[in-house]
Write a protein that binds this ligand. Structure first.
Ligand code: ADP
Ligand code: ASP
Ligand code: MG
Length: 408
């Protein structure tokens, strides 16, 4: 009998301590049947990754990326080894591997490496001996033989990439909520679990800040059409299926609302309004490896204009230094920054066929007297940058206005 492969991933809060590891071990043993082979990807225990990062920054303001990866990858090595031990203690056979040991090859972009290929003879060998395979998430090996990490939330990517490489039937993501909700259920109590969501919508929600799945993992799942089942490791119930668009999925205008308070805004005033200036500003900033997101240029008055843009809050210091340098070179005015902004977004592939969605969003914020600082749109989303202190109120109101709440 040819066995099928199931990939499961357990996130940090699912393995936060030894008791939780025991629960997860029981759950894994329960899902090991005679007709399947399991690969279990595991994240670092609880907040380990944050704590490791904090330690690094206490010792060194700009820690070298190579050593950062060496450090950060250890969290997942601990949890994978402990989980294999817990399974063995229950009388079942398991073997734990690091990412490099199961042939996860990446590029050399330390701290945000991309998976290039997976050659996994060791997984096949372990399966042929009926072992449960545990893999440390979030890591791989660069062509130079260096340990790399796949960006925060990267264990999701390890799981999806392994599922694709091993031709698994499904990739199950076990986490601390029961699925994908219409908005973060920890923030908005009336959030409702979504039964089925498309890769496209999930990718948009993840990119716009819904932390529940790493955006890059969804990109890979979409490219290779790998269905994902997001579900709870705490309670036993069906979660959310993330799948390719199909006619059975109800076409709603707005599927979800996301909030993201991890960006900051920079404004350069009195910028000479001439051809080529924007190119100079953003070339200089991108050379410092800062990702610029929304950009707004004001209407020019007497040949001068203000340019505002958002950057990840973590990169604000770097981005500010670059902005000040370029402002000087082009004879612009002041450079200011604001860390107290948040982005609220509405997402839904039905937006393509429904009209007036953006207007309804702006109206809702206006009724609450919330000023919109910046706006950005894609085919299936509208985002507004507002003051962070209004983010929760705005999210709740949009959630209600677009009929997403539990009462519906
Ligand atoms: P894990 O440790 O399992 O990787 P994460 O903390 O990365 O878990 O992701 C789960 C969290 O994502 C939830 O606790 C929830 O607060 C948050 N979240 C944000 N947006 C959503 C959403 N739309 N649906 C479900 N969870 C969400
Ligand atoms: N431990 C890593 C992080 O916290 C990877 C992961 O959990 O997915 O980002
Ligand atoms: Mg996560």
């Amino acid at each position: 009998m040819k066995k099928h492969i199931v990939v499961q991933k357990f996130g940090g809060s699912s393995v936060a301590n030894l008791d939780r590891i025991k629960v997860v071990a029981d759950r894994i043993i329960e899902s090991k049947k005679s007709d399947n082979n399991l690969v279990v990807v595991v994240s670092a225990l609880g907040d380990t990754t944050d704590e490791l990062e904090e330690m690094a920054f206490k010792l060194c303001p700009t820690p070298p990326d190579r050593e950062m990866d060496l450090l950060m990858s250890t969290g997942e090595q601990i949890s994978s080894a402990l989980l294999a031990m817990a399974i063995k203690a229950r009388g079942h056979d398991a073997i734990a591997f690091t990412g490099p040991q199961v042939g996860i090859s990446t590029d050399s972009a330390h701290t945000k490496a991309r998976v290039i290929s997976i050659e996994s003879p060791r997984i096949r060998k372990a399966h042929s001996r009926n072992k449960i395979v545990i893999v440390a998430g979030y890591q791989g090996l660069s062509p130079d033989g260096e340990i790399t990490t796949l960006g925060r939330g990267g264990s999701d990517l390890t799981a999806v990439a392994l599922a694709v490489a091993l031709k698994a039937k499904v990739c199950e993501i076990f986490t601390d909520v029961t699925g994908i909700f219409t908005t973060d259920p920890r923030v908005v109590k009336s959030a409702r679990k979504i039964k089925t969501i498309t890769f496209e919508e999930m990718l948009e929600m993840a990119s716009l800040g819904a932390q529940v799945m790493q955006a890059r993992s969804i990109e890979v799942a979409k490219r290779f059409n790998m269905p994902i089942h997001v579900r709870s490791s705490f309670v036993k119930e069906e979660g959310t299926m993330i799948v390719k668009a199909n006619p059975k999925i109800e076409d709603v205008a707005v599927r979800g609302v996301t909030t993201n308070a991890s960006e900051a805004k920079i404004t350069i005033t009195a910028v000479p309004d001439k051809a080529g200036i924007a190119a100079r500003i953003f070339t200089e900033i991108s050379q410092k490896d800062v990702n610029v997101d929304i950009i707004v240029q004001n209407v020019s008055q007497s040949g001068l204009t203000d340019i505002s843009f958002t950057v990840p809050r973590k990169e604000l210091t770097k981005a500010l230094a670059a902005s000040q340098a370029i402002a000087k070179k082009i004879n612009a005015g002041q450079v200011s920054s604001d860390k107290t902004v948040a982005r609220v977004s509405i997402v839904g592939s039905g937006m393509r066929s429904h009209r007036g969605i953006a207007a309804k969003m702006f109206e809702t914020l206006a009724k609450l007297k919330i000023n919109i600082d910046m706006i950005s749109t894609s085919e299936i989303s509208v985002s507004c940058i507002i003051e962070e202190k209004h983010a929760k109120k705005a999210t709740e109101a949009l959630h209600t206005v677009f009929g997403l709440g539990n009462t519906k």
